[in-house]
Design a protein around this ligand. Structure first.
Ligand code: ASP
Ligand code: MG
Length: 421
């Protein structure tokens, strides 16, 4: 039996036809190594952003179904073009959208989870020696409705396919050379990690390190998929391997620093201090499929007997959240609802912080020295996150990277704009 390798190429790797030719070469090389190859691609360049922009020009809250109909078209273009490029080199290849590939999801629009993958057709085509090119990011429901997995979801498509096909490896090809201790555009001396555990990668992905879609890491961890992040442009570099924490040697308390600039903070003010209020707010948001990240409830004020409930959401959900909370206002008997998207979540992550006291205080002291005000704090076993002003994010990341001695001796070779502040 030939081994199966799943390769995933992101938008920048297929941004134009020259780049698509380059991808075809990488795919063919793997095929010539004697492996069966399944390729997953994202939409070309900024196609998805462009489609989202057009939708927003037409409607403040476009329906989820039509968003999925629209956004899934991006990947439809890249699979066909890549397949043509591979065929032009004399190799047998076939493209499949999610329906054809049998990627079934739950019946939820714009952030569906994959439920199962029917691998029969894929296996059959692999057995015939074909290279298979599958559209990332999209899925189909039992009823044949098109869904998408959430922005950046092609990584998850690739890992889910690797798990379902029992692939030897899942290589995520991207425009960076691997996973870094922090964003090298912010800190040029960021170090490339040779390996990182699923657990740390998961926290970093949730903390805003843009390299991998968080659910792809979850899926890899659950199914023990050997996952590698590597560059489409420097293919001799093996990038970063993501593996179980039990297989790793841990030396430093902190592995990486990340900033998430895509969140917004919501404060529901003056909520009467009686049972059931938080349940009302968060069950309504859950019904609307709005994910909540950090949550803080203030200590109840004695005089008014009310408290404030603050939490963060993805900025993309601001309008829906505002609408949902406004409808709840009367049943909650609360005060005003404040929304602030000029915030950033800065996090330090490391399996090495377990059982090592003083890491949180070192983080807070570093931010204090910079005069950065902390608005919210949340922690897990291997992560500490602070919510700060968006304009403070980059300098906080730089200082924390120094504080926890993550710098490398070499300047990372990365292009691209700084994340917006
Ligand atoms: N094209 C989709 C996006 O831009 C999915 C992906 O790139 O992973 O979010
Ligand atoms: Mg992506």
């Amino acid at each position: 039996m030939r081994r199966i390798i799943v390769q995933k190429f992101g938008g920048t790797s297929v941004a134009d036809t020259e780049k698509i030719k380059n991808v075809a070469k990488i795919v063919i090389k793997e095929k010539n190594n004697g492996n069966n190859v399944v390729v997953v691609v994202s939409a070309m360049g900024h196609t998805t952003d462009h489609l989202v922009k057009m939708a927003k020009e037409l409607s403040k809250t476009p329906s989820g179904r039509e968003m999925d109909m629209l956004l899934s078209t991006g990947e439809g273009i890249s699979i066909a073009l890549l397949t043509m490029a591979i065929q032009a080199q004399g190799y047998d290849a076939v493209s499949f959208n999610a329906t054809q590939a049998g990627i079934y999801t739950e019946n939820v629009h714009t952030k569906a989870r994959i439920l199962k993958i029917n691998t029969e057709k894929l296996q059959h085509n692999l057995n015939e020696g074909k290279i298979i090119v599958v559209a990332g990011f999209q899925g189909v429901t039992e009823d044949g409705e098109i869904t998408t997995l959430g922005r950046g979801g092609s990584d998850t498509s690739a890992v889910a396919l690797a798990a379902a096909l029992n692939a030897e490896r899942c290589d995520i090809y991207t425009d960076v050379e691997g996973v870094y201790t922090t964003d090298p555009r912010v800190v040029p001396k960021a170090s490339k990690l040779k390996e990182i555990s699923y657990e740390e990668m998961l926290e970093l992905a949730h903390a805003g390190a843009g390299v991998l879609h968080p659910r792809s890491v979850e899926t890899a961890k659950l199914n023990n998929v050997a996952l590698r992040v590597r560059s489409s442009f420097k293919t001799d570099d093996m990038g970063t391997l993501i593996l179980g924490v039990d297989k790793m040697e841990i030396d430093k308390p902190v592995t990486g620093v990340a900033a998430d600039l895509t969140q917004a903070r919501i404060v529901v003010c003056d909520v009467p201090d009686v049972p059931g209020q938080a349940a009302k707010i968060f069950s309504k948001l859950a019904q609307e499929n709005i994910s909540v990240d950090m949550i803080i409830q203030s200590y109840a004020r004695k005089v008014s007997n009310t408290n404030d409930i603050a939490f963060t959401i993805d900025s993309a959900d601001i309008d829906k959240t505002e609408e949902t909370l406004n409808k709840l206002k009367e049943t909650l008997h609360c005060g005003e609802i404040q929304i602030n998207s000029d915030i950033a979540k800065v996090s330090i992550v490391g399996a090495g912080m377990i059982d090592r006291p003083g890491i949180a205080s070192a983080m807070f002291e570093t931010l204090a020295r910079l005069g950065v005000n902390i608005k919210m704090i949340s922690t897990s076993e291997i992560k500490i996150s602070c919510l700060v002003d968006k304009t403070d994010a980059n300098k906080a990341v730089q200082a924390l990277h120094d504080e926890f001695e993550l710098a490398s001796d070499v300047i990372a070779d990365v292009k691209g704009d700084l994340p917006p502040q």
